[in-house]
Design a protein around this ligand. Sequence first.
Ligand code: ADP
Length: 480
Amino acid sequence: MNILSVASEVYPLVKTGGLADVVGALPAALVPHGIRTRTLVPGYPAVLHKLKKKKKVGGFDNLFGHPATVHSAELDGLDLLVLDQPALYARDGGPYLDPTGRDYPDNFRRFAALSLAAAEIAGDNIIPGWKPDLVHVHDWQTALTPVYMHFGSASNMPTVLTIHNIAFQGQFGASVFSELALPPEAFSMQFIEYYGDVGFLKGGLQTATAITTVSPSYAQEILTPEFGMGLEGLLASRVTSLTGIVNGIDADGWDPETDPHIVEHYGPATTKRRAANRKALEERFGLTNTAGPIFCVISRLTWQKGMDLLAEVTDDIVALGGKLVVLGSGDAALEGALLAAASRHRGHIGMVTGYDEPLSHLMQAGADAIIIPSRFEPCGLTQLYGLRYGCVPIVARTGGLTDTIIDANEAALSAKVATGFQFRPVTADGLRLAIRRAFRAYSEPKVWARMQNQGMKSDVSWAKSAERYASLYSGLLAKG
Ligand code: ADP
């Protein structure tokens, strides 16, 4: 089976969040199921520079006003298709934001072009001798693909749309519609019209053959007004086509037995060796006198991620004898609040602002626990890395965090299956309580070691989830 996967980011080429990890890791996990994936991504400078060997395999004379080339390239086992259209993608900033942090004003055009290119690759002879059996698209940036396919020559080919975060919907003023190269009837409730505007994700949810999201709990949550962000009604009408499949992790890139970014390798039977990583972490963040637990946070600094709640409990962590190390960037006010906590508690709280992949590995290997107080979390990856690295997760009970962490309640502790701590309501008090529970467990080395060990034994690989995607794909093709 041949799949065309379409995404606006892919690890290790370009990543702003978990979406890139998923798009980068799923193809390899599907290979044992006889599924070959080609992944179409925009030719951002970062992508084109990193791909030394690429070959032109197709192109468009006129894609949104300019010619475009499709290159094929291989990287770390990924079979990539790169849409090279400098007018749209050769920019100085990131994939979505300019260097000042603002959305590019033509994002609708940049991602409509990606979606249209995908639809044409699926339906027309753009890449001679190659066509997919099914198209799998991710998030709003590629959600117009099934809409273009519906009105194009691949209208019978099944499509899967995965929602990684329903908060990002790609909503634009109605005036952009005339630029999208869609027939007039597409601007209607059945397609992309969304309260008088153009909704990219909305259009995709209407037209994709199947919809998935990245955990079973989030699949339930987005049917409610609290989490559906206005799309709950539409999702309810498509509930029979909606499933939740939890993400796995790149188990080779995140393996404490081989990780090149950590100081000492270890496994479930040798967790004592984490001590060297802990020491390196203390040095990196200037921590002193570290008898108590070290908590870490690796996150976008946003309201969604509950970083305001974290800022409220920093004093408590220090008062209880713990340390905190934070790696993240995002909202300036939240960054300021956490930096202020770090300067208030020098030697006890350390903060690095920015994005630092190697440091994130060392933190998982050296800290005792990772705090994830998200208000909503479709799946979440950092708790999965935490499990694999023996860095016990303390998580809000929401979305994928609910599905992947076993709370250390009485029953789970006595059955010896606990892997972390969950809390609800997602408030500063809720988080405070969970942190107190973690302190208590940490003071009993046997209990803590068992939780670490249990976490490290959890299956966080892609194997089971890839099986579910494979059976979803096969089911869709069988229905044909
Ligand atoms: P989201 O996609 O909503 O940001 P996820 O938990 O699904 O959240 O994925 C976040 C990914 O980004 C993880 O791989 C995490 O390790 C990484 N990450 C987040 N912030 C940073 C940072 N400042 N430096 C390095 N890695 C980060």
